[in-house]
Design a binder for this molecule. Structure first.
Ligand SMILES: C=C1C[C@]23C[C@H]1CC[C@H]2[C@]1(C)CCC[C@@](C)(C(=O)O)[C@H]1[C@@H]3C(=O)O
Ligand SMILES: O=C(O)CCC(=O)C(=O)O
Ligand SMILES: [Fe+2]
Length: 380
């Protein structure tokens, strides 16, 4: 069984809520001036990367086959998704309809941003408590176990709902002239992820035996997060982590990884790798969707390693419901039919997101810690 997200002691944010000082983490400087990484980036022994890691057997779902309506292909896709989502929450999607040239433009633009001077990147500096903007290793947000990465995160809502291009507008507002193409390519990428995620929601709905449109309609007016993960080379990769062990608090993650590799999932008490496949997206269930299925589909522990030879780049699209929507499972997944009592309280994504941005560093226990926090607030 995979290590699904369960309860223990919550982690706290560092006391210092001052503006993040991203100048402390400049990997180029760190890599040039020392053979040792700063102590804040060294993880405890029990969390350091392990070496002898086997690949996880993850099903490859043919999305076009599912959408074709061919009954054999539909039943194969729903069976594979149901098995994977029940066990460890990860599956691969191919024949996804996302244009390969869009992917290559997205990788090219990523290089140009993350290789720019810190002063340029800081134009989009993420503010404390905000989920969008540029952040380098979250210096100032956390005081230890810092991830060896820089990130640029955007809020995304479908244009037909907001009548605005949220990603493109963010780039033009924060970065100004010279970033028109940059904003355009990531607006297009986020829109492609939105389309793909709603198709996957149809597949998930059918695999759970609920109405095909149930979850698609729940997420149509989503308020999602699109994040670029840039993992610089690291001189001591055996001591560091690009992204620490966690379950995604969001609903569904659609990840594209470059050819470097480093994503691992904790299944059957062992870390297992998900090797790169340029033609497929890695899809995983998040905490919020686990709650929407009353615990039937699992949000599981995963992490990202770094290496000393090559930088690593990934795109993570985190599908999230509209912030004020109540997250509760459909009747079919609760009560006598399924003989399952409610696993989690009703909540809204905006409260859960605020919990992860202001009170609790997402790890393997986020949803349980949030449930406890919610109950304590509701008792007052
Ligand atoms: C809602 C979110 C919080 C994080 C980004 C999205 C989904 C994944 C979360 C995260 C990646 C889990 C590991 C810790 C974290 C702090 C990180 O390493 O980036 C998390 C993100 C965040 O809080 O910014
Ligand atoms: O970059 C990766 O391989 C995984 C990143 C991740 O899990 C995340 O950003 O939530
Ligand atoms: Fe993740």
């Amino acid at each position: 069984m995979a290590m699904e997200c369960i309860a223990t002691v919550p982690q706290r944010f560092s006391v210092n809520k001052a503006k993040e000082d991203s100048s402390i983490f400049d990997a180029k400087l760190l890599n040039q001036h020392s053979n040792h990484i700063p102590q804040q980036f060294v993880w405890p022994d029990h969390e350091k990367p392990s070496t002898d890691v086997q690949p996880l057997q993850v099903p490859l779902i043919d999305l076009a086959g599912f959408l074709s309506g061919d009954s054999l292909l539909v039943s194969k896709a729903t069976r594979l998704v149901s098995e994977a989502a029940t066990q460890h929450g990860f599956f691969l999607v191919t024949n996804h309809g996302v244009d390969e040239s869009l992917l290559s433009r997205a990788y090219l633009n990523m290089d140009s941003f993350f290789k720019a001077p810190a002063s340029e990147k800081q134009k989009a500096q993420r503010k404390w408590g905000e989920s969008s903007g540029y952040a380098s290793s979250f210096v100032g947000r956390f005081s230890s176990k810092l991830p060896w990465k820089e990130t640029l995160s955007f809020k995304f809502s479908p244009e037909e709902r907001t009548h605005s291009q949220t990603v493109k507008d963010f780039v033009s507002e924060k970065m100004g002239d010279g970033y028109e193409d940059f904003g355009k390519v990531y607006q297009e990428y986020a829109e492609a992820m939105n389309t793909l995620s709603l198709k996957i929601m149809e597949l998930l709905g059918m695999s759970l035996g609920v109405e095909r449109r149930h979850f698609r309609e729940f997420f149509e007016d989503n308020e999602s997060i699109f994040r670029l993960n840039y993992y610089p080379q690291c001189k001591q990769p055996e001591l560091a982590l690009g992204t620490g062990p966690h379950c995604d608090p969001t609903s569904l993650t659609i990840l594209h990884q470059d050819q470097v590799g480093g994503l691992q999932v904790f299944v059957d008490n062992k870390w297992k790798s998900i090797p790169p496949n340029p033609h497929a997206f890695v899809v995983n269930i998040g905490d919020t969707f686990m709650a929407l299925t009353n615990g039937r589909y699992k949000s599981c522990l995963h992490r990202a390693l770094v290496n000393s030879e090559r930088e690593r780049k990934t795109f993570a699209f985190f599908l999230c419901p509209k912030g004020d929507k109540v997250v509760k499972p459909p009747e079919e997944l609760v009560g006598s039919l399924m003989s399952r009592e409610r696993e989690y309280p009703d909540f809204t994504w905006s409260m859960f997101l605020e919990f992860t941005q202001k009170h609790y560093r997402a790890d393997m226990n986020t949803l349980e810690a949030f449930s406890i926090w919610l109950k304590s607030r509701r008792n007052f």
